[in-house]
Design a protein around this ligand. Structure first.
Ligand code: SF4
Length: 281
């Protein structure tokens, strides 16, 4: 006998609409979230409503991820800058394996600025795009040595002038190391969650980092920009994955217009293909 992850009637309805229904045991969402136009910012939710909901989302994120912080290991602003450059299109785990070797061989900005690119490329090869990343690291370190006396600059304007450094990297540096709330880090997880949580309305898609950040800066209190960025990244990794968000376990499911609109994750439930007692798929 095959175990069903979802009631048959809901499976049929879901297949018909191409979406999955909210399970009966799921909590009811806020009434204003039922408008499907909400995600485009045309629904009944005003900017003030959105700000109020964003405050509740922040509270939920703080509860779920109280210790959310930057997962890249670092001991100085320079190490965090280099680690963030390396983290593009790469997991934090891989970066954390590579950076100790890199910093042992090249301990400061001057050493990296004068390094043979082939030596850096060899070390950072596992992080991918190693030639471009080497150019960014050497270029940024040359600028730091020549224009900033070997110290990583502390302003957004100066940071985004460094080769290979855009707003995302600058926001990581400013928020995590310098403790300055200048913007919100928008990576792939934050972009996805901003859309699912309807916290952005001007961006066309999840990759539109500039507009997503502008919208987030309007709805999130400034003092929470850095922590919320980190917490959204953690939430995206642990709960709201791209393909199988765990809406039933999510502390934000009464605040999220996208809750239960995806295929069930199967978390805690048997997959329809799993046979009871066999332990096999
Ligand atoms: S896991 Fe579900 S409820 Fe939670 S943020 Fe993602 S889509 Fe929304």
């Amino acid at each position: 006998m095959r175990a069903q992850a979802w009631p048959r009637s809901q499976q049929r309805a879901s297949r018909f609409r191409g979406r999955y229904c909210r399970p009966a045991c799921a909590p009811k969402p806020d009434r204003r979230l039922r408008s499907h136009t909400l995600r485009r910012g045309e629904g009944r939710e005003t900017l003030d409503d959105k700000r109020a909901r964003a405050r509740k989302i922040i509270a939920g994120l703080r509860k779920a991820h109280p210790d959310a912080t930057c997962a890249l290991h670092h001991g100085s602003a320079l190490e965090l800058l280099i680690a963030t450059i390396l983290s593009a299109q790469c997991t934090d785990e891989t970066v954390n394996k590579v950076t100790p070797v890199l910093f042992a061989a090249y301990p400061d900005a001057k050493a990296l600025a004068n390094a043979d690119p082939a030596g850096i490329e060899k070390i950072i090869h596992p992080t991918g795009f190693f030639r471009n990343k080497t150019k960014s690291i050497v270029g940024a370190c040359k600028a730091i040595v020549e224009q900033h006396g070997g110290r990583v600059p502390e302003t957004m304007e100066e940071l985004i002038e460094l080769p290979g450094v855009a707003r995302k990297t600058a926001n990581v540096l400013l928020g995590t190391w310098f403790k300055k709330e200048e913007g919100v880090v928008v990576d792939t997880h934050v972009g996805r969650l901003a859309h699912r949580l309807a916290l952005t309305w001007t961006s066309k898609d999840e990759k539109d980092a500039v507009k997503i950040e502008q919208d987030l800066m309007q709805v999130l209190p400034r003092k929470d920009w850095t922590h919320t960025g980190h917490a959204l990244i953690w939430h995206g990794r642990r709960v709201c994955a791209a393909r199988k968000p765990k809406c039933l376990d999510c502390t934000l499911n009464t605040l999220c217009p996208s809750a239960f609109t995806f295929e069930p994750s199967g978390e805690g439930k048997p997959s329809p293909k799993r046979k009871r007692g066999t332990g096999r798929e």
